[in-house]
Ligand binder design. Structure first.
Ligand code: ATP
Ligand code: MG
Length: 445
């Protein structure tokens, strides 16, 4: 993408309404525009990151054997009357009436609708296990929408629902989700710690929230800091292997890690003092096992191998896709701007032409741009007629992890400069070597 032809409305001034750094940088970097309280347009740069995050979520869900579909944003109220949640949900639910006076709502979540789909088509244990998920906009009329996309009213969520014949299978589905979520967050460059949670309006006994540590997080968290060093890494997971998946969950949930809702001071006191930490965290996902809460009230049953009819066992599992942009920025920035992890960056690399209009510099930039594209890497090429300082400031603000700087002086010696946004370190090398270096970084991503 050539910056001269792109739409990147960066702001010079700090927007007064933004209280936290991620909101400030998303506005300044021209990623989002607020249209009403808690409702945003996703401008091209923000949209690219959102799509990238979605793609990672899809890949890891499919890897775990879960099946994508798409349910609508608008739902009939009658489904929610069946489960009893139409009245329970309160003012967070946006209620709408259509021209025929039918009660509708903008979905805050989809347990009822997915249960309705299930009961219409599945009636035998032979069709199980089954996990269906979608990535779809939700609406919750939050009392205090704030912090930009972090607590919006309209927001993008991945929500998945497992259907199983018995409790053990449903617990395996729960564990499968935990492991697939750990891998999802790791690919985004995040450490998200599973913490035992309280269940709230969805109901259920087993539930964990995934928290990214950040001072601006809304949840108070208590943890053994050794939990932050745990990594899945490149290990192979066989998602059908119940024992292996359960062992990974145990590895990640044995050390103390809880939010204020489930915190137990007596248990926390047993953590060695040097490792006992209190901080704040951003909830980027939550998994629930709730058994037959919806299948019983909505009549979703299956016939077991023994021929008995039982309500299907269920759980639901969510990832805050749009909130993740804010969480990643909170976890990865400096005073100049965002520092995107390679896994989610809107462009893998930026090219800065120090002297637009100089024949050699222009030709070298074009050459780099095409050579990178040939390796599947779409660079953002700053080909504007701007001062070098302004170009660097824009690149630093929008946070591309790598930058190649091209100028007549370096080219006279046959070199360009490759700079890592995170460390600030630069190295001179030939344009060919620069392309290889960037390609190598992204080879495993
Ligand atoms: P919170 O406690 O932050 O209000 P929640 O527990 O009500 O969230 P869930 O029902 O668990 O939310 O939804 C799954 C995920 O969706 C959450 O973990 C969070 O990442 C995201 N999410 C929930 N509410 C919002 C919101 N208002 N704006 C953006 N993301 C949200
Ligand atoms: Mg939650």
């Amino acid at each position: 993408m050539r910056l001269s032809r792109y739409f990147l409305p960066v702001l010079k001034e700090n927007p007064a309404e933004a209280q936290i750094v991620s909101h400030r940088y998303m506005l300044r970097a021209g990623m989002i525009k607020q249209q009403a309280a808690g409702i945003y347009s996703w401008l091209p740069l923000g949209y690219r990151v959102l799509r990238r995050i979605e793609q990672i979520v899809h890949e890891e869900q499919v890897r775990a054997g879960h099946i994508p579909l798409l349910m609508p944003t608008l739902q009939p109220a009658d489904l929610w009357r069946e489960s009893g949640r139409y009245d329970d949900y309160g003012q967070e639910m946006l209620r709408i009436r259509d021209r025929h006076e039918r009660d509708m709502l903008y979905g805050p979540t989809n347990e009822e609708m997915i249960t309705d789909i299930f009961r219409s088509h599945v009636s035998s244990y032979k069709d199980l296990p089954l996990t269906l998920y979608h990535i779809q906009w939700k609406f919750r009329d939050e009392m205090r929408p704030r912090f930009g996309v972090m607590r919006g009213r309209e927001f993008l969520m991945k929500d998945g629902y497992n259907f199983d014949v018995d409790r053990d299978s449903a617990l395996h589905a729960y564990n499968r989700h935990m492991v697939s979520y750990l891998r999802t967050y790791e690919r985004m460059g995040l450490t998200a710690i599973p913490m035992r949670a309280a269940s709230g309006p969805i109901g259920g006994d087993n539930t964990h929230e995934f928290l990214v540590l950040a001072n601006t997080g809304e949840s108070e968290v208590f943890y053994d800091d050794r939990v932050t060093a745990l990594k899945l890494g490149a290990r192979e997971i066989d998602y059908d292997n119940r024992a292996q998946v359960a062992a990974v969950c145990e590895e990640f949930t044995t050390l103390y890690a809880r939010t204020d809702e489930t915190h137990d001071a007596a248990v926390f006191d047993r953590v060695p003092e040097a490792h006992r930490k209190v901080g704040r965290g951003i909830e980027v996902g939550q998994i629930f096992y709730f058994g037959t809460k919806y299948s019983e009230s909505m009549g979703a049953t299956v016939v077991t191998a023994e021929g008995t009819k039982v309500p299907v066992e269920m759980g639901s599992h969510g990832i805050g896709v749009s909130r993740l942009l804010g969480a990643i920025i909170e976890a990865s920035h400096d005073d100049k701007g965002i520092i995107w992890p390679e896994g989610v960056t809107p462009f893998p690399v930026g090219i800065v032409n120090l002297k637009q209009g100089d024949g050699a510099a222009d030709a070298a930039c074009e050459g780099l741009y095409r050579a990178l594209a040939a390796k599947g890497l779409e660079a953002l090429y700053d080909d504007r007629d701007e001062r070098a300082g302004a170009k660097f400031a824009t690149m630093d603000l929008i946070g591309l992890p790598w930058r190649i700087t091209v100028g007549p002086r370096g080219l006279a010696n046959g070199v360009v400069e490759v700079t890592c946004r995170r460390t600030g370190e630069s190295e001179e090398m030939s344009p060919e070597a620069a392309v290889d270096r960037i390609a190598q970084v992204y080879a495993g991503i």
